[in-house]
Design a protein around this ligand. Structure first.
Ligand SMILES: NC(=O)c1ccc[n+]([C@@H]2O[C@H](COP(=O)([O-])OP(=O)(O)OC[C@H]3O[C@@H](n4cnc5c(N)ncnc54)[C@H](O)[C@@H]3O)[C@@H](O)[C@H]2O)c1
Ligand SMILES: [Fe+2]
Length: 404
């Protein structure tokens, strides 16, 4: 048995837990910087949190110009803000983009240099300013993960900084903050979270060894990530359609946020795989949200990986509530049908053509996807440019037979 688990020092989960934010922030010092976006900065719940931090005796400075998908220029602006605010901690309130901005700002403000100096894995040599992550979407899991994803105008694809030192010190997950998410955001973020659960649960399993967690940020499937992944799949698949249909259901919002956080824990340690690698070029070409792309690709990646992960997919089907039927192969097939049906029910496009992807770009996209080494190496079936092309062909045409 082999397992790795890296996580924040504390995770506080539950409706109303944001009321502890001021006291948590004050435990890190007298000054803090909040990273958020303009929409959230105008929200009464946000303003109440700022007041609460102030009431705890902490000077608060707010940076509210986070831009989705985190362009480098946005990080520069936040850093300039941090230099004058001289914070003892950084609070992130928002979706994955705000959380990743806070992580990157904490890193550069503490250690200097530029974001480019840290692209890749294990490039963060010392501890960085503590980040207190307060997610307002149930999707990325960034509140518990060691990665920040950003957009560099000199790079065609989005880039990642991955290091255990980027894991927030504290995550406060309050599902009431997600009640304002519109149906489309709920669907896309939830679909992203489900793919985290599935890709982690079916990731490669490496030979365990004392060096593995020191050599890789994402170690592959293991007994601890499996535990988080399977439970996240159960929770998210049970709540997503209901939360998209009626966003006022706090019980379903809670289930989704808990599922997304568990899925974050799963991929923070195991890592994602082919669907995430392929989304990078697909997202760059179609300008579609991360969650839409990974979800549209997921059923095709599952079919490609089926020979290597039959038993795991059978467990995915059971976790999604598919009644037992036939043998493991039949159950594994049923998991692909269940994921396809769930995503269709929340409005995720079924093909890359529907996302606006051009068939003529399949070759380029396959080559680019192969450059996401940490994700490619994490896939349970070996990948090369040809197999990436096959998955993209199947996903473009919506034809799973191309993968059989
Ligand atoms: N660091 C990680 O571990 C990780 C993992 C997966 C994805 N990501 C990255 O996270 C980003 C996506 O994050 P996201 O899906 O959370 O969206 P986001 O942070 O990009 O936000 C999208 C939009 O949703 C709005 N929004 C956020 N919360 C809301 C709420 N409660 N009510 C109404 N509107 C709200 C925002 O204002 C914004 O306009 C991408 O850049 C992606 O690459 C990071
Ligand atoms: Fe994702």
């Amino acid at each position: 048995m082999f397992g790795t688990f890296r996580s924040p020092n504390a995770v506080y989960f539950g409706a109303g837990q944001r009321a502890m934010l001021g006291r948590v922030v004050s435990s890190f010092g007298r000054r803090t910087l909040i990273c958020t976006d303009e929409r959230l900065a105008a929200d009464p719940m946000f303003r109440a949190m700022v007041e609460d931090i102030g009431a705890a005796g902490v000077d608060v400075s707010v940076f509210s110009r986070t831009i989705p998908d985190l362009p480098l220029g946005c990080i520069d602006e936040a850093l300039a803000h941090a230099r004058s605010a001289k914070p003892d901690s950084i609070v992130a309130i928002g979706g994955g983009s705000c959380l990743d901005l806070a992580k990157t700002t904490a890193l550069i403000h503490t250690l200097g240099g530029r974001p480019q100096d840290y692209y890749g894995e294990f490039k963060v040599a010392k501890a960085v300013l503590p980040v207190i992550a307060v997610p307002t979407t149930s999707g990325t899991g960034s509140e518990v993960t060691p990665v920040a994803v950003l957009s560099d105008p000199d790079k065609t694809l989005k880039v990642g900084i991955s290091d255990p030192r980027l894991i927030p010190a504290v995550a406060i997950c309050d599902p009431e903050l997600t009640l304002s998410c519109p149906a489309s955001l709920t669907a896309v973020a939830g679909a992203d979270a489900l793919t985290h659960g599935i890709e982690s649960f079916t990731a490669i399993r490496r030979n365990e060894g004392a060096d593995l967690p020191l050599e890789r940020v994402f170690v592959g499937k293991n007994i601890i990530s499996d535990h988080h992944a399977l439970e996240s799949i159960r929770l998210i698949s049970g709540a997503l359609v209901g939360a998209v249909e009626d966003g006022s259901r706090l019980d379903l919002r809670s289930q989704l946020m808990f599922g997304a956080m568990l899925a974050g824990h799963a991929f923070a340690n195991a890592g994602n795989a082919a669907a995430h690698a392929l989304q990078y070029p697909v997202g760059a070409l179609t300008h579609t949200a991360h969650g839409v792309g990974v979800a549209a690709l997921m059923p095709y990646v599952m079919r490609f990986n089926l020979p290597a992960r039959r038993d795991e997919y059978a467990q995915v089907a059971a976790a999604m509530g598919v009644p037992p039927k036939g043998d493991a192969k039949a159950m594994a097939e049923a998991s692909i049908d269940a994921v396809t049906a769930l995503f269709a029910a929340v409005g995720i496009p079924r093909t890359l053509a529907e996302l606006g992807f051009q068939e003529g770009r399949i070759g380029w996209a396959a080559e680019q996807a192969m450059t996401a080494a940490r994700l490619v190496q994490n896939n349970p079936m070996p990948l090369d440019v040809e197999s990436m092309k096959t998955i993209l062909q199947a996903a473009y045409h919506g034809d799973p037979r191309l993968l059989s």
